[in-house]
Ligand binder design. Structure first.
Ligand SMILES: Nc1ncnc2c1ncn2[C@@H]1O[C@H](COP(=O)(O)OP(=O)(O)O)[C@@H](O)[C@H]1O
Ligand SMILES: [Mg+2]
Length: 225
């Protein structure tokens, strides 16, 4: 069973957004469970709007270990855990149980600075992780925005692995969430759906590398900024 944890001390970086869109992406093909460990309940709200109970969702307060034990027994292949913007017991427990941690960050100086604590938690727990630049300005003429390049450089100073792609700031991502959908369900041919699909492929590839079934070279959790 693969456990992907979305963590960052910074609110608004995109933890819940990425968890929801990726969950909708996975559930099409694999048994997947969502865990909402954030009392704010964004993922739970999305799930209510969705109204299908697919994928299933559980709420965690202090720990995720019990839920994960049941999920393993139930034959879940993927578990996505959304966490609150702090470094509380439930976040530490989620990271301890993670196959891989995704740290979303907006490409701004405050945002990039704020990921350091989460990176440190991952390092202490010896967990693979990668920063995902989210809410980025769109690429133009096939070049990324200088803001994104500067964010990559800043993350490079912490020696943090960063996904080579980006999730652009796009209305489709918001519109889909408002209808309880993933962006692929909302508008499969759109650019936002393509970016989420790319991110999912990168996560799958990293998890295979972590499991030792493919080479780790070029995997997102090894990718220097
Ligand atoms: N790539 C994006 N494009 C457009 N809106 C986004 C994007 N990422 C996040 N948002 C919006 O920004 C807000 C904060 O994101 P959210 O996922 O709730 O952050 P977090 O869970 O880290 O606090 C939400 O309204 C969300 O829908
Ligand atoms: Mg959230």
């Amino acid at each position: 069973m693969n456990v992907i944890v979305f963590a960052s001390r910074k609110g608004g970086s995109g933890k819940s957004t990425l968890a929801a869109h990726l969950a909708a992406q996975i559930k099409a093909t694999k048994p997947c469970l969502l865990i909402d460990a954030d009392p704010q309940g964004s993922l739970t709200l999305w799930h209510k709007l969705r109204g299908t109970n697919e994928p299933p969702i559980k709420t965690a307060v202090n720990s995720v270990s019990g839920i994960l034990a049941t999920a393993r027994r139930d034959g879940m292949e993927w578990v996505l855990i959304d966490t609150p913007p702090n470094v509380s017991a439930v976040v530490e427990d989620a990271i301890r149980n993670a196959t891989m941690v995704i740290i979303p960050a907006r490409p701004g100086v405050f945002d990039v600075n704020a990921v350091q604590e989460t990176i440190q938690t991952c390092r202490t727990a010896r967990k693979p992780y990668a920063v995902v630049l989210n809410g980025a300005p769109a690429r133009r003429d096939d070049a990324e925005s200088p803001i994104v390049t500067i964010a990559r450089e800043a993350l490079g100073k912490f020696r943090a692995p960063v996904w080579g792609g980006q999730i652009t700031n796009r209305a489709d991502l918001l519109m889909a969430l408002g209808q309880g959908e993933g962006v692929r369900e909302y508008y499969a041919e759109g650019r936002a759906a393509a970016e989420i699909a790319r991110l999912w492929a990168a996560i799958e590839r990293s998890v295979k590398a972590i499991r030792g079934t493919v080479s780790a070279s070029g995997a997102m959790h090894k990718q220097a900024a």
